[in-house]
Design a protein around this ligand. Sequence first.
Ligand SMILES: C[S@@+](CC[C@H](N)C(=O)[O-])C[C@H]1O[C@@H](n2cnc3c(N)ncnc32)[C@H](O)[C@@H]1O
Length: 272
Amino acid sequence: MTAGQDERAFRALTQKITRARGLACDSYKDRCLRRRIAVRMRARGVHTFDDYSRLLDQDQREYDLLLDALTINVTKFFRNVETWRALAPWLEKLWVARRGEVRVWSAGCASGEEPYTVAVALAEAARRLGQEQLLARARVEATDIDRASLERTRAAQYPDAAFSEMPPELVARYFTAPPRQPAPELRRIVHVAKHDLTSQPPPAPPYDLVVCRNVVIYFDRAMQERLFTLFADALAPGGVLLLGKVETLFGPARERLVLEEPRERIYRRAGA
Ligand SMILES: C[S@@+](CC[C@H](N)C(=O)[O-])C[C@H]1O[C@@H](n2cnc3c(N)ncnc32)[C@H](O)[C@@H]1O
């Protein structure tokens, strides 16, 4: 097969996935899509995009497995623990500035480790201020495009491996004994919903904290720039944006958000 034929077959396949399941493949990086589709092709023992496309026609369940592979769901509690340490003083400032009404969006939350990490970090910040009661007034929106991930977020039951970066005293304070589940006061403030970053507006702005880590990295530059502007718009004045450790803000949003902690990718919208 020539490179041109391969490219045409790849495009036809990604368009078909978009039509069938609404995943905006043209917003994702090609090399990412190719790598993930190849994983499914190997698993099903097919060698060309055309053959894989035919397989999708014959076996609709393969779409679910493919979508799982395309929306890489790796995550853990307190992922890059130093980032959460750097965020802690900003959370205290938010508690004080907002008098407890802190609104957070964890976009691309995978199986929920990230929004529950935010909930623990908020609880700890309130504790340091001697105001544990504030937690009940916070709201964390946990959204993702992937149905299976959202089911896991709702079930909120986690294996030990998910806690490898989380300080053990916090695990003991905020989670039940194995099989580990978050404490009711955390579950009450985390609200789970399906949401596609490429096509839907933020669910309920304005936010005091937007956490979107290790998600935009899979998108092409145009979509990344669009999302950065969307995050800047969704933040209240003084609100904080947390990106993944290897993600860097660029485009017009760069003018509106100040880089407060360069190593940890903590940005802040100017204002109150
Ligand atoms: C690598 S995980 C990141 C999880 C978590 N934020 C973290 O850093 O540990 C990437 C997540 O982005 C989600 N995702 C991919 N495309 C998306 C889209 N268009 N809209 C919303 N979420 C998306 C995937 O389903 C996956 O759960």
